[in-house]
Design a protein around this ligand. Structure first.
Ligand code: NAD
Ligand code: ZN
Ligand code: ZN
Length: 338
């Protein structure tokens, strides 16, 4: 089978022919139809973060495809079913985090396309209990971006406290941000979208943002404070200055939700203002299997629109450059059918 493989953090990915993987007792083999390109895959391939993956590895954690073979102990999915392979490849299932609805914080988790091979391939292995069924009627090309960009921002909105009548800032209208904006609208919030490219600002308007701010020419904090300040700000741009700007845009009692993970990411907090203003700063990492099931249900109901372009896996290196140059409409998805 064909797979895109990272051999070195400083070299391009290599398209290789690999043997068809055989599932273990708890695993399924998924014939991948669609595989989204998340900015995290670029961080992974570049070794950007303090905990690095070990090359050689296959990136990809927005994998969607059909279960083709299942191990003897797989109980919850059947051969022929369409499933998603998200970032949470598996977790221990027993610790306090796992049993209290926070499996995404399990210390014994594995991550698709990072600590185990992911979905930049024609076939991928996955844990039968951790794949998430994709409901009928959802295009696999849409399901792929929902499996990380969707679930991550859906969860970020949940933990942000956004509700009808609040004002929510979405910083970065890329793969994650264009869905975050839609979830903020579903929450009933007044929405403010920030980006640094004309196309993304136009996309934000098209998706119904109430206010649009160009961070190249406008001071985000000043503009948002003039509106009364943000109850919540969701930081999705791969830029330290954008974190600072989002913090400065909060109203008293507001919540900054950190999601983007730039290499060496840092946010300097003035302790006095943070205390006096009762500001909350929280991190948010992907979402649970149940969160993803909810994301799929909302999409099946027609409440979200996935903006994406399809590409060939062979073009993976050019695709990374496209994302880094900010030229992508929102999400790139590798089409592995046929
Ligand atoms: P992306 O490249 O598609 O989107 C980033 C967007 O930010 C682009 O639209 C870009 O124009 C915009 N931008 C750049 N500089 C900006 C600035 N100064 N102000 C406002 N906008 C700016 O990336 P993505 O796939 O959406 O991922 C975003 C980040 O989120 C990455 O660091 C990724 O690793 C991280 N991520 C985190 C989680 C999590 O669970 N915490 C999950 C998925 C992705
Ligand atoms: Zn991702
Ligand atoms: Zn656990």
């Amino acid at each position: 089978m064909k797979a895109a493989v990272v051999h070195d953090f400083t070299a391009p990915l290599v398209i290789e022919d690999r043997p068809l993987p055989e599932p273990g007792p708890h695993q399924v083999r998924v014939r991948i139809e669609a595989s989204g390109l998340c900015h995290t895959d670029i961080h992974a391939a570049h070794g950007d973060w303090p905990v690095q993956p070990s090359p050689p590895f296959v990136p990809g954690h927005e994998g969607v495809g059909i279960v083709e073979a299942a191990g003897d102990l797989v109980r919850h999915v059947r051969v022929g079913e369409r499933v998603a392979i998200p970032w949470l490849a598996d977790a221990c299932g027993r610790c306090d985090q796992c049993v209290s609805g926070w499996e995404t914080l399990c210390l014994r988790q594995h991550n698709s396309g990072y600590s185990v091979d992911g979905a930049y391939a024609q076939y991928a292995l996955a844990h039968g209990d951790y794949v998430v069924p994709v409901p009928d009627g959802i295009d696999p090309m849409d399901a792929a971006p929902l499996s990380c960009a969707g679930v991550t921002t859906y969860k970020a909105l949940k933990v942000s406290g956004a509700r009808p009548g609040t004002r929510v800032l979405i910083s970065g209208i890329g793969g994650l941000g264009h869905l975050a904006l839609q979830y903020a609208r579903i929450c009933g919030a007044e929405t403010i979208a920030v980006d640094v490219t004309d196309d993304k600002l136009a996309l934000a308007r098209d998706l119904g943002a109430d206010h649009v701010i160009d961070a190249r020419t406008q001071d985000v904090a000043t503009e948002v404070q003039a509106l009364g300040g943000a109850h919540a700000a969701i930081a999705l741009a791969v830029s330290n200055t954008s974190f600072q700007a989002a913090y400065g845009a909060l109203r008293r009692g507001g919540t900054l939700v950190l999601v983007a993970l730039p290499a060496g990411g840092k946010l300097e907090l003035p302790v006095f203002e943070t205390v006096l203003n009762g500001t909350k700063v929280i991190g948010s990492i992907v979402g649970t299997r149940e969160d993803l099931a909810e994301v799929f249900r909302l999409h099946a109901l027609g409440r979200t629109r996935v903006i994406r372009e399809t590409r060939r896996l062979e073009d993976v290196n050019a695709c990374f450059d496209e994302v880094l140059s900010g030229k992508v409409s929102a999400r790139l998805v590798f089409d592995l059918r046929g």
